[in-house]
Design a protein around this ligand. Sequence first.
Ligand SMILES: [Zn+2]
Length: 495
Amino acid sequence: MKRTLISALAMTAAVAANAQGLPELQTGSDWFQAGETTIQELIAREQNTGRAKNVILMIADGNGVGTNYATRLYVGQQMGKLGEEHVLPYETTDYHSALVKTYNINAQTPDSAPTAGAMNTGVKQRFNLINLGGDAIHDDCSTVAGNELTTFAEMVAADGKSVGIVSTARLTHATPAAVYSKTANRNWEDEVPEGCTAQKDIAAQMIDAMKSGLIDLAVGGGARYFVPKDSPTANGGAGHRPDGLDLVAEAKDAGIQFASNKAEFDALSMDAPVLGLWTDSHTSYEADRPDSEPSLTDMTRTAIEFLSQNEDGFYLEIEAGRVDHANHAGNFARTAADGMIWTEAVALADEMTNDEDTLIIVTADHEHAIAFNGYCGRGTPIQGLCFGISKTGDKHSNELNLADDGKPYSVISYANGSGTILREDMDYSGQRPDVTQEEAMDVDYLQQALIPMSSETHSGEDVAVYAKGPWAHLFDGTIEQNVVFHVMNHAVNAE
Ligand SMILES: [Zn+2]
């Protein structure tokens, strides 16, 4: 919801008072006027020091400052704008913001398990582990006991709040798992090594958390890890669990409602916990999603409606997991489509809640090895090739810029990945392929990359955090990622 709007009258007065003597072409410029408006909005910002009843932690996986920049341009361009000037829902002056350092205890480049774990427990963690202290060792079950950290979900559930998880990834994948799981290996999604008794696999931990009442709603992908090997899933695939347990049946027996598609999801009652598994693995990319599969905004809407029934409030983590996966594929068109619906989910969550009592945090867990080539003119399609700069007007020249090899190049490059120009079938000669703008605009186009890697990597670059609601103003400057937890914890306990 919008805070108080500044009156147009007050802004005009401020411009007049501060801009005496400047030429009209300056003070009358739209840029000048808009700049003054921003200042007035910032001056009018109030600090909310109330107690947060609800906390919504929204993580677009892999949506660092660079990916977010590209999403901004894409969304603006889809709306018919040049794109650069577009403002995403969380980029208004209603939101406070900070830069976030995402490294792990032992990794310059982080993975999504310890980063989400840091946000959910208040301490940085080790690469590929979830919610275990710094003495735990990756892949070593014997180091689990005694190293378990308490999660924000466990803390607020003890205070009577409801807890929900929404993800477009598998619900057992790193970011959603960090809400409820403690594991020495993020990949132990449906089995642990033989003889490991200190922990269960992540799917089993999730169903335990639902049965114990810790988690009230969990919707996303990953059905195969809840169903026995060789048994069919409700989504038409095959189960994967080697232990033969049917965790979906267990959940149903415990009174948890189950849905496997949008029609079933829409038909659920609001009276019992909800488990929704739309796909066997991750949900579809937004660019490919069939109507039978709930979208990120569908899940966000129902989750907030459901959790809002609790008068003591809720904690909801929402992950746009496939932003990350499309970046790994080096396929920016799909990153952008998932990024776009992510921004819509943020706007929806904001609309459905009250700034007075709901802390909304919008962030990413890490960035990717994404980079932007210059010098492209305004309005160059961000997923396509780089057009030149026009000497007059705003818009690009409509002529492709050429590199020193005489070939055009994509605006976005990845430093590594499967779009590499060092192709094996060319003896890694580095001869860049010829490409037309039409080919580059195809949804399957892979942006040009340098170092050959089957899956493009994360990077250790900072991400941004944006927030509104109680104590959102604590997000300021450059912070460590675990501070996100401390703001949430402060906000829900404020006197
Ligand atoms: Zn990733």
